[in-house]
Design a protein around this ligand. Sequence first.
Ligand SMILES: NC(=O)c1ccc[n+]([C@@H]2O[C@H](COP(=O)([O-])OP(=O)(O)OC[C@H]3O[C@@H](n4cnc5c(N)ncnc54)[C@H](O)[C@@H]3O)[C@@H](O)[C@H]2O)c1
Length: 351
Amino acid sequence: MRIMVTGGAGFIGSALVRYLIEDTPHLVLNFDKLTYAGSLSTVACVADNIRHRFVHGDICDANAVRAAMQDFSPNVVVHLAAETHVDRSIDGPEAFVRTNVVGTLNLLSEACRYWSMLDADARAAFRLHHVSTDEVFGSLGNTGLFSEQTSYDPRSPYSASKAGADHLVSAWGHTFGLPVLITNCSNNYGPYHFPEKLIPLMIVRALAGEDLPVYGAGNRVRDWLYVEDHVRALCAVLERGQVGRTYNVGGGNEKRNIDVVQMVCALLDELRPRSDGRSYALQIRHVIDRPRHDLRYAIDAGRIGAELCWAPRESFETGLRKTVRWYLQNERWWQSIIADREADRRRGLAA
Ligand SMILES: NC(=O)c1ccc[n+]([C@@H]2O[C@H](COP(=O)([O-])OP(=O)(O)OC[C@H]3O[C@@H](n4cnc5c(N)ncnc54)[C@H](O)[C@@H]3O)[C@@H](O)[C@H]2O)c1
């Protein structure tokens, strides 16, 4: 297949690109604006492969998207390009609406134009796969799971912009017949995660001897999925998913934030002990919470399991160990990113 990946220099997009190049025969067009969250260093290991092509482009730029589609002739577009950090969406929602809503609209219009000019067989085989989040469903209480039937109830500017994008994708499927697929996934973690997100932020701050800021009591619950398991789910959906269908993807690993941070500290205590022999957990500090921070997200991934035989391979324990090891072995990658991009500055207090 010829697969156009938007956002392929970001955390999940780059994991998908590396997987497609290293483990499949597919050709990849990596289309990315290289915002603060994107970096070609995430795909450096496949950059010289003739099946990988990079285009520096913005999904809001119709001409750039059109030219990329015409040049590359994709059978599949996997859409991951987005603004993704909830705290930043509180400080500056406009960029989230621009990229996540207007950019998705633009991508859909251009995909529709491109698709309508294909011959009948190519039109039938074409897929546009939109990658979204479980945050569109809002917040759960102490029980229950998000299923594909759960009503949308986004609470943050980030999740509202992703919900808008999901609805547009669905509308383009219904109204124009564009063969679309949507996945809504829980929190990912793993290598090349930008160190403003919880797990990498805790690792890099712990190693620097800094405070480990836990929002509020740390009792918010998220369902964690190792990024390579997400990538395998995306491939299962784009290869075998039913057109027009939505699939929830989750790891079945519900954890409170404070427990995640404690686990990171315990792994660092084992793999890179502090010079004074005491635990990194002593660096944990409870700080003012994110405004109206959603209490709990948890995914029922039964549909993708039953219909596409997908299941995560990593438990949270094995995936987290791999992740901590990766950050210990790749300090140069994250140190340059922190220095350049103020990754660990506190944002999103809505003061
Ligand atoms: N990280 C998670 O836990 C998670 C969970 C579920 C769903 N998702 C979704 O998966 C997708 C990827 O998430 P991520 O964590 O890899 O994000 P990320 O922030 O690490 O990467 C986003 C990428 O998109 C690129 N980009 C941003 N705006 C662009 C634009 N206008 N045009 C072209 N490229 C642009 C950035 O340069 C970057 O490379 C997003 O759509 C996100 O909503 C993420």
